[in-house]
Design a protein. Structure first.
Length: 547
């Protein structure tokens, strides 16, 4: 039995660790050290929200800042509602101080934008995510990527202003901000406030151009091409190539600036649609009138100027306002036009008068003959405008109101007078014996036609006569005859013998006539003296008286 019992083991405590454990202990220490180093070099993990995963590859797409790798994309997944994607990125260890609440991310890829073509280097290397480090006070690890690169860093030196408008979509991110045609800033952000129902456009003005923005500055939409048609005709303005493609915004300061340099960030300004809108909005104080015209208002548009002897004092608001009814006391041939007279256009200095003063002045001028007429602003387009002037001899009109507005007296303008004159001229023309005149003209034309035919026959006969040989030799015969006449006339010159003989004969004839004068006198006294002789009468003897 004693042989089957197990032998009792002798147990002794070891006094030292076996050398075999050195290797695993060293390996464990190295592993712990490497894990700590990995954790230290790993950096924070962030998520970035993107609209899509175009150009994003897990493990390849890098995150860069100033073209230096600061992280890499580790995971891409869809959102729960499949409307966007979430990118998980592992950042480097020294980037945690860059991840603040104002840090921005955007995807860099080939892009044709307002500043030209960018991101061409990604055609070979692939797209990457650019990071703009923030300088905020709070750390942040979840971001929403921008659709386009930011205009300026958060700490950039310059001025940020906010423009407000009642319409959205007027400006886009990246649109230029111009001053006298020079680009001095960019549109940085756009948003729409639901509560105020206004669109907000945040601009960034680069330094040193921020000193150009003053408290009295006005911001106006700048389109590449502005075409306006009015009473003055067409007005075309073309801006720079960039503004021609994308548009933009410009700002200007009044010449009589009384403001100061704007130093407050995110100061709100109003955005005007055009220069004309800017000038119109400057005249907030105005009086509304209704003008009733009996002639055609075709060509009169809203915005047409109202002038007093060439000086604009207001503008047309609505054409037509509302057609009158018979119960209102106005005839249906009167077309109402709503107009406004601006206080700032009548008085250069608003301190010179108020709206009540302006209304009282117009009431006095109405009594003096102030009237409004339609005038032609452009013959090509047919645009009309309203001219006002004082016409002597106009009867004062009773003050009237139309639809709650004071009525501005009117009179027929030059256009209506011209139309009347043309109508009268046409009536006179219709009364003329046009048919008889036309018949007489027809008969005259027929007689003229016969005369022309006779002249044509005479011309033909003359051509035949001149074409004969005898007619052609006639000039030579006439020339010979003229020579003979010349020779004959030369024979009667004072030195020629025939002339001398003729002169002697005339002298003898004169002598004979002198000698014949007594005979002729005797014959005149006594015609029969040649027969009975010439007995001279004896002198009478006086006889004595009787005794």
């Amino acid at each position: 039995m004693s042989d089957n019992q197990p032998a009792k083991a002798n147990v002794h405590n070891l006094k030292q660790v076996s050398a075999i454990w050195i290797i695993p202990i060293v390996a464990l220490a190295i592993g712990i050290w490497m894990f700590v180093q990995y954790l230290n070099s790993k950096g924070p993990e962030i998520t970035i929200r993107l609209p899509n995963a175009s150009g994003i590859e897990v493990g390849k797409t890098a995150i860069k800042s100033l073209n230096v790798n600061v992280g890499v994309v580790t995971k891409v997944k869809l959102s729960e509602d499949y409307s966007y994607i979430t990118v998980t990125a592992q950042m480097n260890s020294d980037t945690e101080r860059m991840l603040k609440d104002d840090t921005k991310f955007w995807v860099v890829k080939p892009r044709i934008g307002k500043e030209g073509v960018t991101g061409l280097d990604t055609l070979l290397s692939g797209s990457y995510i650019e990071m703009q480090p923030g300088r905020g006070a709070n750390d942040k690890y979840h971001f929403v990527a921008l659709e386009v690169p930011p205009v300026a860093p958060a700490d950039a030196k310059g001025l940020r202003v906010v423009l407000t408008s009642h319409e959205a979509g007027k400006l886009s991110v990246g649109d230029p901000v111009l001053y006298d045609g020079f680009t001095v800033g960019r549109v940085e952000k756009t948003s729409f406030d639901i509560n105020s129902k206004q669109a907000n456009y945040q601009l960034f003005i680069f330094q040193p151009y921020d000193r150009l923005v003053r408290t009295t500055s006005n911001f106006i939409m700048k389109s590449g091409m502005n075409v306006q048609m009015g009473a003055e005709g067409f007005n075309v303005k073309i801006g720079s190539l960039e503004s021609l493609i994308t548009g933009g915004v410009t700002f200007k300061t009044p010449s009589d600036d009384q403001g100061f340099v704007q130093k407050k960030q995110l100061k709100h300004y109003r955005l005007f649609d055009s220069v004309q809108d800017y000038h119109e909005k400057m005249y907030d104080k105005h009086i509304n009138f209704v003008m009733l015209f009996k002639e055609s208002i075709r060509g009169l548009k809203a915005g047409a100027p109202i002038e007093y002897r060439g000086i604009q004092i207001g503008s047309v608001q609505k054409v037509p306002l509302r057609l009158p009814t018979s119960s209102e006391g106005f005839t249906s041939d009167q077309i109402p036009v709503l107009v406004r007279i601006d206080l700032g256009r009548v008085y250069n200095n608003l301190d010179e008068g108020t709206l009540d003063d302006l209304r009282a002045n117009f009431e006095e001028e109405f009594k003096s003959g102030l009237r409004a007429t339609l005038k032609t602003g452009n013959l090509l387009t047919g645009a009309l405008y309203i001219g006002t002037d004082v016409y002597k001899g106009e009867k004062p009109e009773k003050p009237l109101k139309y639809d709650g507005y004071d009525v501005f007296p009117t009179k027929e303008g030059d256009l209506a007078e011209v139309q009347k004159q043309i109508s009268m001229l046409l009536n006179k023309f219709n009364k003329l014996p046009v048919e008889d005149t036309l018949n007489s003209m027809t008969a005259t034309l027929k007689a003229s036609e016969k005369t022309m035919k006779s002249a044509e026959r005479v011309t033909q006969d003359l051509d035949r006569l001149l074409s004969q040989k005898d007619t052609q030799t006639l000039p030579a015969d006439i020339k010979a005859s003229l020579k003979e006449i010349q020779t004959t006339l030369n024979g009667f010159s004072p030195n020629a013998a025939p002339y001398q003989n003729l002169q002697g004969a005339l002298a003898q004839f004169e002598q004979v006539m002198t000698e014949l004068q007594p005979v002729l006198r005797q014959l005149n006294e006594k015609p029969n003296s040649l027969v009975f002789g010439d007995e001279k009468a004896k002198d009478p003897i006086p006889v004595g008286g009787r005794k």
